[in-house]
Ligand binder design. Structure first.
Ligand code: NIG
Ligand code: FE
Length: 400
């Protein structure tokens, strides 16, 4: 007999094969077996060991935060004050603040301090119904420190009920030891850090910061070649502050995602479609930096490129431990529909992490990562913040 049946629910499947908006199946049931969605439908339901009456509530896939810098030391409240006084993110970065100051604080922190800080922020995300989180390195910037960050990410996944996808972001900024010698640092990233992360199976993907205050497209290309040689997936922080053609480069490598993309030219969106690369929108960083350049949403929609939404949780540009608020911001600031926003933190976020065959929809065979909601319509999940919390969180069939 099957493990569980949840009946008398409205299913927000988000499955493109379900024709209604949100892939909605009203007055339906969903059966779970061995942690996976066994079957779902309307009408006659199968029998199960445990039957739960959903009392007319909604069930959605659990949320996925596909861009997150969860682990860091210190904070950047001082920099926040400077920015409010009119200094720009780039100015502060050039003066040795920005990412470099978080690198110094992260290196100085003990493993336990990093773990505890990250654990607190992770808990805030989980409370909202997130069950999958990407965690990037990028505040260590040496072989030892980058691997340390990834190990802490792995440790979090053993102690919390969450799936953590790890991304090596060694090419985030130039460490002080390599001042004026970016190419030598990229050598280290390609020849030592990427191979070591691959051998220890510490990373699913490799990311870069392709930007004036980060690395050039040529340097990013070298990083991507090394990632590919080690069979790691590719992602990029691209076109956040200027257009260096980073998105096109990621697409050339069939990358999982291009993230930020405020300065992406509408004409370059077609490259993303060809490679099935997801456009990851990070409205928390847009908001915090008081950015005015909007990502080319209309062109992305027109080209039918998948859009994801994530927190970009980090101490500098997006101190935002709320994916639900990011969903709301994506609607208000970027003009996404609530349905696009919800797909952005489920179906398309899964795609941005290479997890489409496991997560992100209510579909037979996928993990039973589910949220129960006491709402009247799925748009309520993007409307308002801190108004509606999940009535239940289920991960791989277990009620949390
Ligand atoms: O996603 N753009 C680069 N990385 C982060 C910012 C990191 C920081 O400022 O500490 C981002 O916005
Ligand atoms: Fe980021």
């Amino acid at each position: 007999m099957l493990d569980q049946l949840i009946e008398n629910v409205h299913l927000i499947t988000l499955d493109p094969e379900q024709p209604a908006a949100y892939g909605l199946l009203e007055n339906a049931w969903l059966a779970i077996d061995q942690g996976k969605i066994h079957s779902l439908g309307q009408g006659a339901a199968p029998e199960a060991e445990l039957t739960v009456d959903g009392q007319g509530q909604f069930i959605s896939p659990a949320l996925i935060d596909c861009h997150n810098h969860l682990i860091w030391g210190g904070n950047r409240a001082q920099e926040f004050e400077w920015r409010l006084q009119g200094r720009s993110y780039q100015e502060i970065a050039k003066a040795g603040g920005g990412i470099a100051s978080t690198v110094a604080a992260t290196r100085a922190a003990t493993d336990e301090e990093l773990y505890q800080g990250a654990a607190q922020r992770l808990q805030a995300l989980l409370d909202e119904g997130v069950t999958t989180v990407e965690v990037k390195s990028g505040y260590g910037l040496s072989l030892e420190q980058e691997l340390r960050m990834l190990r802490i990410a792995k440790q979090l996944s053993t102690e919390f009920s969450v799936h953590i996808s790890t991304t090596l972001l060694a090419a985030h900024a130039l460490p002080p030891e390599f001042k004026d010698n970016a190419d030598a640092y990229i050598d280290l990233v390609c020849r030592e850090i990427i191979p070591a992360a691959a051998v220890e199976k510490l990373a699913d993907a490799v990311d870069v910061f392709c930007e004036g205050v980060g690395f050039t497209p040529d340097q990013c290309r070298r990083v991507f070649e090394a990632a590919k040689a080690h069979s790691l997936a590719i992602k990029g922080h691209v076109e956040q502050l200027s257009d260096l053609g980073g998105a096109k480069l990621v697409a050339e490598f069939d990358g999982w995602s291009v993230d930020h993309i405020e300065y992406l030219q509408a004409g370059d969106v077609a490259h993303l479609k060809e490679s099935d690369t997801v456009a990851v929108l990070l409205p928390g960083a847009f908001y915090s930096l008081k950015e005015t350049q909007l990502p080319p949403i209309a062109a992305i929609r027109e080209a039918n490129v998948a859009m994801a939404v994530a927190t970009d949780l980090n101490p500098g540009t997006s101190p935002l431990a709320s994916l639900r608020l990011a969903m709301n911001q994506a609607c208000v600031l970027f003009g996404l529909t609530p349905e696009e926003s919800l797909r952005g933190v489920t179906q398309h976020a899964a795609q941005a992490l290479g997890l489409s065959s496991q997560k992100g929809m209510l579909k037979v065979g996928l993990d039973a990562d589910l949220l129960m909601w006491n709402i009247g319509h799925p748009s309520e999940l993007s409307y308002g913040f801190n108004l509606v919390k999940p009535a239940a969180i289920i991960r791989e069939g277990n009620w949390l």
